[in-house]
Write a protein that binds this ligand. Structure first.
Ligand code: HEM
Length: 489
């Protein structure tokens, strides 16, 4: 039944787009009339196909799927040129109308799904300000990370020499500090709703499901499990918000983003509706979980795979941090730890196609006309694995260090090509927060224990080509051992 509805939806969408002009003049793979290249791509691994096409068609090319035009930007240079230079920077930084944005985000009342307009600017500025006023969320976070790492230590001590799947400990860690960031508390019920919301949103925020519901909103009324998902997702977002409100009143919380927003509204009369607060929190919790879970899970995997580098990192952390608590300010003094983190983000490319952008007007890129309504993909997978890296599929943190072992400056061409958080007006709002949090987790973990391969199972090489697809790439389930270091035994 669902298959039939999907096929009808696709056909109607095709007919709708049939009469529309497509982007012209750019090179790109030629597809079938109407269908374009649909039979040559797997949407969940589109980044791999675009990587392959880049060698043939260069750093900007076009293709079409079901009459809809796409362009793919495949180098740091072209991404910077298009997303960083007006007027194209604004024109190409919009978001496509989507079912998810309209239905789950209540008419685009958020940041990530909203088109570029005055309301989006207001919401984005507000979240920037809030993250910044917490020292990028760190004032709250440092305490939380340290508290949480005590649990990690206990968990490690209790399970020493056992093969463990680290995803429980990583997820718990991430939800605890996200709850703390938005609500100022680590309430368990709130965390449960956050997890439920993220998992449901991840299932339905895919292009094909979005297309299905956008074409046939009546599907929402059918009693199948997939057709019930969007309303369940909306429900989980509401439950997250209700929990935050309830906890805030009951516990009289005076910290966290919710308190700051409410306080700002009362003090300065900020014009922000409940609907927008909900959209903002859904984005922060969604954006702050999936990508970071992929990063921390990959990091632990790579530590087990590269024991010699791990040992050097432990020496660095011992020298700089010793037995006191790690702080974000230690980042500057730990170049190898930083380089390992940057290389993990580069090597995996957790958000391989960024979030799709949308041309809000017809514009011209390098003399080629890009029609209004074209979807623009920043192909970060290719940027982070281009041949300019020399050996892009080798995990080598020292590519970010100079001869004396210092981290290359941010202005260095290699660092300039590290666009894993996107670029321009839509660049990730949580970049500093994500890096700070990952550093605290990493440094504290290295103080406590050594990550080793499992004894009963084989830990295969972590291959970026083999990651599990989704909104953010994740390693397949695996096990490692955490061995307490002597000074913590
Ligand atoms: C390793 C961690 C992360 C990675 C790799 C990552 C990557 C990205 C990328 C590639 C984009 C799309 C940029 C574009 O559209 O051009 C994005 C957008 C976004 N990210 Fe992140 N992100 C991470 C962590 C976070 C965290 C921790 C938060 C929340 C605190 C967050 C919140 C957002 C939001 C709200 C947007 C939408 C921005 C907009 O549309 O204006 N992300 N992120």
């Amino acid at each position: 039944m669902l298959e039939i509805i999907t096929v009808i939806a696709i056909l109607l969408f095709t007919i709708y787009h049939y009469c529309k002009k497509t982007t012209s003049g750019l090179p790109g793979p030629v597809g079938l009339p109407f269908f374009g290249v649909i039979f040559r791509i797997d949407f969940s691994r589109l980044h791999l196909r675009l990587y392959e096409w880049t060698t043939k068609y260069g750093d900007i090319f076009q293709f079409s799927v079901l009459g809809k035009s796409y362009i793919s930007l495949n180098s740091a240079e072209i991404i910077r040129e298009v997303l960083g230079t007006e007027p194209n920077a604004t024109i190409t930084s919009s978001r496509e109308p989507s079912f998810f944005g309209e239905y789950c985000m209540e008419n685009y009342s958020d940041i990530a799904f909203s088109p570029i307009d005055k309301e989006w600017t207001k919401r984005r500025k507000l979240v920037h300000k809030l993250l910044h006023s917490y020292g990028e969320g760190i004032q709250l976070l440092e305490d939380e990370v340290l508290k949480k790492l005590k649990n990690v230590k206990r968990y490690v001590a209790e399970n020493g020499n056992k093969d463990l799947d680290p995803h429980y400990v990583v997820e718990e860690f991430l939800f605890e500090n996200l709850a703390s960031l938005v609500a100022g508390t680590t309430d368990k019920q709130l965390q449960m709703w956050m997890k439920e919301m993220d998992e449901t949103a991840n299932e339905i925020a895919s292009p094909i499901v979005d297309l299905m519901f956008r074409t046939f909103p009546v599907l929402l009324k059918l009693p199948f499990s997939i057709t019930k998902k969007p309303s369940y997702c909306k429900n989980t977002i509401n439950e997250v918000m209700n929990s935050i409100r309830k906890i805030s009143i009951e516990k009289d919380i005076k910290q966290g983003m919710y308190y700051e927003i409410k306080n700002g509204v009362e003090k300065h009369g900020h014009l922000i509706s409940e609907k927008e607060i909900k959209g903002i929190f859904a984005n922060v919790i969604g954006g702050g979980f999936l990508t970071s879970r992929g990063t921390l899970m990959s990091l632990i995997y790579l530590l087990a795979e590269y024991p010699t580098i791990q040992k050097k990192i432990q020496h660095e952390i011992d020298d700089v941090v010793g037995e006191r608590e790690a702080h974000v300010t230690d980042r500057h003094s730990c170049p190898l730890t930083e380089a390992f983190l940057l290389e993990t983000l580069r090597y995996i490319a957790h958000a391989p196609l960024s979030l799709p952008h949308y041309a809000s007007e017809t514009c011209s890129i390098r003399g080629h006309t890009i029609e209004k309504g074209t979807t623009i993909l920043s192909n970060l997978w290719t940027v982070l694995h281009s041949n300019e890296w020399g050996d892009p599929f080798t995990f080598r943190p020292d590519r970010f260090l100079d001869e004396s072992g210092l981290l290359l400056p941010a202005s260095h061409p290699s660092r300039q090509s590290l666009l894993m958080f996107g670029f321009g007006k839509r660049a990730c709002i949580g970049e500093v927060f994500a890096k700070n949090r990952a550093f605290l987790f990493f440094a504290s973990l290295m103080q406590i224990c050594t990550v080793t391969k499992p004894s009963d199972e084989i830990l295969t090489h972590l291959d970026p080509w083999e990651m599990m697809p989704g909104l953010a790439l994740q390693p397949k389930p695996y096990k490692v051992q955490f061995k307490l270091r002597n000074n913590f035994a």
